[in-house]
Design a protein around this ligand. Structure first.
Ligand code: FES
Length: 106
């Protein structure tokens, strides 16, 4: 099964299975990944699912939407690879993906 990894600020990580069609935010919540609260339920309206995608994965993961960009502008520690995990849909193409959870969310 395809999997991905959430890298946490304390140096630990959490592997989660990639279930096709499920957002990375929902996968994180389903597997108890700390720092991914998803307070708005995936409506791109809270910013509590902020993750940073490594540069090697940016093209595969895809670009931010305009709505996502607006939400990210209201969150701290935005970086070139910043995305909202609720706006990334799991698929086998993301097998091996690693994303970092920003320190302020921990
Ligand atoms: S869950 Fe609220 S913006 Fe992603």
């Amino acid at each position: 099964m395809a999997t991905m990894k959430f890298l946490l600020h304390d140096g630990s990580s959490r592997n989660v299975p990639l279930i096709d069609g499920t957002s990375l935010m929902q996968l994180a919540r389903d597997h108890g990944v700390p720092g991914i609260d998803g307070d708005c339920g995936g409506a791109c309206a809270c910013g509590t699912c902020h993750v940073v995608v490594g540069s090697a994965w940016l093209k595969t993961v895809g670009a931010r939407t305009a709505e996502e960009q607006q939400m990210l502008a209201m969150t701290p520690d935005v970086q070139p690879g910043s995305r909202l995990a609720c706006q990334i849909t799991a698929s086998a193409a993301l097998d091996g993906l690693e994303v970092r959870v920003p320190e302020y969310q921990m």
